[in-house]
Design a protein around this ligand. Structure first.
Ligand SMILES: C[S@@+](CC[C@H](N)C(=O)[O-])C[C@H]1O[C@@H](n2cnc3c(N)ncnc32)[C@H](O)[C@@H]1O
Length: 306
């Protein structure tokens, strides 16, 4: 981010909101007690919010229990975790590809967090995939050897220092942790990409239907909760996913998230734009208490990027 604040980055993760965090943070009121991330993945928004002094506490949740075990080691045992990663990283030569599959088998047998960290550092585009039997089945990116252990150690130590004293972890369905929110909190939701969760890839650990998600948001509105959702988007004229329905009365805006690599390959000049939705309670709060972070470039519907 171009704000002068260094934002540490624990591991590569497909769908990470690291690149657009500066557009999301301005919607967090300065008096927020807890920032809750029910679909946390690599928790890019909580990390950026903590680095900017927004929110007093954090709640990170993901339905993938191995990912949350990794998070618990980042918080409580960062030295042991990064020592384990360093051993794997050095042992991977000369047969990096064969070694990856060996570690993958070990991870599927034992679910050790340093194995998962190594897999995340080596897989194609940080894209986590599980088989229908729940076995990690993504392949390595053989052009890369994964983040250097020294860099990994610096990043993980910095994330640990930033979050460990004020973060609670959970591994449950998003509805269970959203139900813990109070009117002084903000819930940021970045569910799995629509369309990928029902494919045979099993890219994410669970499936989540559009209808179920909309129903959960409707309940959160009934409770007057402040929440934000990253959902659909578009590249040029191509839409990704369905928009959230009008009856939820969410404020909608587009955020410019970069160029699509596919469009760049084809020589097209198409920017990728992602939707961000704000709940009515959050919009009301933002009128009363100013955001704690203001350096944003947000494009409301009908202006700027669209
Ligand atoms: C798009 S990723 C989130 C990426 C995250 N914003 C980041 O910055 O890295 C979606 C996450 O939702 C998790 N997930 C899928 N279904 C879930 C559910 N029902 N409840 C909680 N988490 C879920 C997946 O395991 C995945 O890590």
């Amino acid at each position: 981010m171009s704000t002068g604040v260094r934002i540490p980055h624990p591991f590569p993760y497909q769908g990470s909101k690291r690149g657009i965090a500066r557009h999301i943070l301005p919607h967090i009121p300065s008096d927020t007690t807890s920032l809750i991330e029910p679909f946390c993945g690599s928790a890019a928004i909580s990390i950026a919010a903590a680095a900017h002094g927004l929110a007093r506490r954090f709640l990170l949740n993901d339905i993938n229990p191995s990912l949350m075990t990794l998070w618990s080691w980042i918080m409580d045992r960062p030295t042991a975790l990064t020592d384990g990663y360093e051993r794997l990283w050095h042992d991977q030569t000369p047969d990096r590809k064969g070694y990856f599959f060996q570690v993958r088998d070990q991870f599927n047998a034992t679910h050790e967090p340093h194995h998962l960290l190594y897999l995340l550092a080596r897989i194609v585009k940080g894209s986590v995939r599980y088989s229908s039997e729940g076995r990690f089945n993504q392949s390595p990116d053989n052009r890369r050897s994964g983040m250097h252990p020294q860099t990994m150690r610096q990043q993980i130590m910095a994330v640990s220092e930033l979050l460990s004293a004020r973060t609670v972890l959970a591994s449950s369905d998003f509805r269970d942790v959203s139900a813990l929110a109070t009117s002084a909190d903000v819930v940021y939701m970045d569910p799995p990409y629509q369309g990928t969760s029902f494919t045979k890839d099993h890219r994410y650990y669970s499936s989540l239907s559009f209808g179920e998600f909309v129903e959960a948001l409707s309940c959160m509105n009934d409770q007057g909760l402040s929440f934000m959702v990253s959902y659909d988007g578009k590249t040029g004229d191509k839409r990704h996913g369905r928009s959230l329905p009008e009856h939820l009365q969410l404020s909608h805006m587009y955020i410019q998230s970069g160029r699509s690599s596919q469009a760049t390959l084809l020589g097209a000049n198409h920017a990728t734009i992602e939707s961000l939705y704000l709940s009515p309670a959050l919009v009301r709060r933002l009128h009363e208490s100013p955001p704690g972070f203001t350096q944003a470039l947000v494009y409301p519907r009908g202006h700027g990027a669209v």
